[in-house]
Design a binder for this molecule. Sequence first.
Ligand SMILES: [Zn+2]
Length: 118
Amino acid sequence: MTYTAESLDIALEHSLGTTTLRVGGEVDLATAAQLRDALLDALVCGSGVAHLDLDGVTFMDTAGIHTLLAGVRRASLMGGHVGMTSASGPVRRVLGVAGVRDSFADPACSCALPLGSP
Ligand SMILES: [Zn+2]
């Protein structure tokens, strides 16, 4: 499944029981809705567990953070989690400034520590 917005590329991959959402481009007010839809699809596909690969994201603002945190809440309602297996410098910075970097991991999962050190 591929979602294409103005400046956002999202690919949903499901392999070895893990659903990974690969995102590239800019996540802002104009593209956050596409990311939200794709993340919800990923959570359904992964039975509540979705991993994010945000290595290709060149820009993310608070709309992106809110979208990701909404996904985290939805995942916990489903008994799962949203993990972040990879993130670009801009994403790490904005998550660090917002103080929500620790929201995207599950201690029992392979996504536990990828963002642990700066
Ligand atoms: Zn995980």
